[in-house]
Design a protein around this ligand. Structure first.
Ligand SMILES: NC(=O)c1ccc[n+]([C@@H]2O[C@H](COP(=O)([O-])OP(=O)(O)OC[C@H]3O[C@@H](n4cnc5c(N)ncnc54)[C@H](O)[C@@H]3O)[C@@H](O)[C@H]2O)c1
Length: 257
């Protein structure tokens, strides 16, 4: 069987690298997109580790860069079977937080990083998938797009983007089901990665996780990126060919409460 072409955005992050590993191991051609330069030592190291890993640098908030990159990938590999759209991150560095403290600029930057990026990648990948009449897209939401958190997790714009990703993906699922393109969402709980360094040393957050994520996979009671990658592997697979429009929480029980 010809190898699948799996595109992963945010490929150099915690969930991204776990996913590069999972999809590489099962023989897929894995094409990562992230913001680091092509000659960045970390990119070279990742290419060295995963021989079927290809890398394209792009700022995923910029339409021209996303369009060119996706068109280039489709032309080079002849198709795109799967998009695992992981790109995103906390908006705290821009000033996201409780709504009475958030500036319009912080709001707009957080929207760009989390929603515009996944919108642009979805759009240009769907254009390619429509040509081949097949494909599977997995966008990345969050438990915070489904339920509110306490004051430790009060980032209003981030929550808005993640809820929007769930809505956008369901709308895409219905629009393209007849074209054999499936669209699903994974909504992670708190996972150990660069994005959550703050949480990895906070006793207050550990105590909150005792309550919210009663199943522990990682150190410090945070989830393991591998759990997210394995859920994506299932949703990407033809075994999930009747699964579309689903928002799958992978959250140690957070949203079951
Ligand atoms: N880690 C968690 O607890 C958690 C929980 C819920 C949802 N998520 C979601 O998972 C996704 C990734 O999380 P992670 O934990 O792997 O984070 P991470 O910070 O380890 O990875 C994010 C990656 O995105 C890349 N990136 C950032 N801005 C970019 C841009 N403009 N263009 C291209 N690439 C860019 C970064 O370089 C990084 O490699 C995000 O969508 C996040 O919202 C994470």
């Amino acid at each position: 069987m010809k190898s699948r072409v799996v595109v992963i955005s945010g490929a150099l992050g915690g969930i991204g690298l776990a996913s590069v590993e999972v999809f590489s191991k099962q023989g897929d051609i894995v094409v990562g997109i992230d913001i680091r330069a092509e000659d960045d030592p970390f990119v070279m190291q990742t290419k060295e580790k995963f021989k079927t890993f290809h890398y394209y640098p792009a700022d995923c908030t910029q339409e021209n860069q996303v369009k060119t990159t996706i068109e280039h990938i489709a032309a080079t590999f002849g198709k795109i079977d799967v998009l695992f759209n992981i790109i995103g991150g906390s908006g705290r560095r821009f000033g996201d937080g409780p709504i009475h403290t958030v500036t319009l600029e912080a709001y707009q930057k957080t929207i760009e990083l989390n929603l515009t990026s996944q919108f642009l990648l979805s759009k240009y990948v769907v254009i390619e998938m429509l040509k081949q009449n097949s494909g599977s897209i997995i966008n990345t939401g969050s438990v915070l797009g489904m339920v509110g958190g306490n004051e430790l997790f009060s980032t209003v714009t981030y929550a808005a983007t993640k809820a929007a990703i769930i809505g956008m993906s369901r709308s895409m699922a219905m629009a393209y089901a007849k074209n054999n393109i499936r669209v699903n969402v994974i909504s992670p709980g708190l996972i150990e990665s660069n994005m959550t360094q703050r949480a990895q040393s906070s006793e207050d957050i550990f105590a909150y996780m005792d309550e919210k994520q009663p199943i522990y996979h990682g150190r410090h009671k945070l989830g393991n990126p591998m759990s997210i990658a394995l859920a994506a592997r299932f949703l990407a697979d033809s075994e999930a060919d009747f699964v579309t429009g689903v928002n799958l929480p992978v959250d140690g029980g957070w949203t079951a409460q």
